[in-house]
Design a protein around this ligand. Structure first.
Ligand code: AOF
Ligand code: ZN
Length: 357
């Protein structure tokens, strides 16, 4: 199963919106075929592994990082393919949270007389697919928020100058995260201040371009913003304050998604994430300013926080890492859990998840 997980990992950049899945076929303690799911629309890991085994898998054991599918999606059911090939035993890590599968893949195998075991290294399989599992269960994506600051927690000088706080190596690392994400999300204030491209640059190999998304309640994205000008497409999630005809004229070329504004008049993280989930977005890379990121964090919609810290001191006039309302009691603190700490070039990268215990 560890090998199957390694194979699944190879789909990190291309499997979206499908899960990253690996399959190893073993007979008489020898691997007779192995594969991973590379791209939605193309065959699943099981079918490719069966092909690698030359179609002959009679009596074999299949190690799968995800329960085999039982439905006709873009491809026919893998459970049937395993049965037809004569696989004797299936060991699956996680069960497929897709409601169209949800246990039926394993059930179909059992009904056909295949021995089935489930749960081996399930946590690892799920950790490889946080967005897919989240979207299938809750209809919303998994959110990573990225911040970069000096070691005294400043993200820009008082006058706004912020290029560049972190090293080229850290910025390259960010582009790898972008490439592995389904969507890059920012706020309209960042678009106005920085005119960002929100593209992936200098990442080798195959990856799928993430959707570019701006949270823009009142459609303030400037008509001459770079995001609107190029052909890569951009989604503006707005609250419907601008008449539709005018919005389409001003923001020609953008996809306009209207959602109901929250109580404070802004597009709420919940509404934005529901809309993104409905568009099959698994993993969101939130790369926004201190206010939007702070609001999403405080409302509990950030799953993972990634902070790059540069070895500089920028002074107390600099802009803060996050804009969070002053918290009054220790019990109001937003509790985080360290997940990873490493050095990237000249900077530190700190990875945290929210603590809900
Ligand atoms: C598997 N093996 O390697 C993967 C599975 O549209 P389709 O046909 O590609 O089906 C997509 C669904 O299949 C996806 O939502 C998930 O439930 C399952 N993914 N299943 O047996 C695989 N990638
Ligand atoms: Zn399948």
């Amino acid at each position: 199963m560890a090998r199957a997980l390694q194979l699944a990992e190879r789909g990190r950049w291309t499997a979206d919106p499908n899960p990253r899945v690996g399959c190893v076929l073993v007979r008489d303690e020898v691997c007779i075929g192995e594969a991973w799911h590379e791209r939605a629309g193309e065959p699943h890991a099981e079918v490719l592994a069966l092909r690698a085994a030359g179609g002959d898998a009679a009596g074999a054991t299949a190690y799968l990082t995800l329960e085999p599918c039982s439905h006709y999606g873009r491809t026919p059911p893998c459970a049937d393919a395993l049965i037809e090939a004569g696989v004797a035993r299936v060991v699956a890590a996680a069960s497929d949270p897709n409601p169209r599968v949800a246990g039926q893949g394993l059930e179909r195998l059992r009904d056909a007389g295949v021995a089935v075991a489930a749960g081996l290294m399930a946590a690892q399989s799920e950790a490889l697919n946080p967005g897919f599992f989240r979207r299938m269960r809750d209809g919303r994506p998994y959110v990573r928020a990225k911040l970069a600051a000096s070691v005294d927690g400043r993200t820009a000088m008082a006058a706004g100058e912020s290029r560049w706080i972190t090293s080229a190596a850290a910025r390259r690392d960010v582009h790898r995260w972008r490439a592995a994400s389904s969507a890059i999300v920012t706020g309209v204030d960042t678009v106005i201040a920085d005119d960002p491209a929100l593209t992936v640059r200098d990442v080798d190999g195959d990856w799928l371009a993430p959707r570019r998304v701006v949270i823009d309640t009142d459609l303030r994205t400037p008509p001459d913003a770079g995001l609107l000008a190029d052909e890569r497409g951009v989604v503006l999630i707005h609250g419907g304050t601008m008449p539709a005809r005018e919005a389409e004229r001003v923001h020609a070329g953008a996809e306009l998604w209207q959602v109901a504004p929250g109580e404070d008049g802004h597009v709420s993280p919940l509404a934005a994430l529901d809309a993104l989930g409905a568009a099959d977005i698994n993993e969101v890379w939130l790369e926004a300013g201190s206010r939007l990121t702070g609001a999403w964090l405080q409302a509990g919609w950030v799953d993972e926080l990634i902070v790059y810290l540069a070895p500089h001191l920028m002074g107390h006039d600099g802009q803060p890492l996050l804009t969070l309302p002053g918290l009054e009691a220790m019990s109001d603190r937003i509790a985080l859990r360290w997940r990873d700490v490493r050095r990237v070039g000249d900077d530190l990268r700190l990875t945290m998840t929210m603590r809900d215990d």
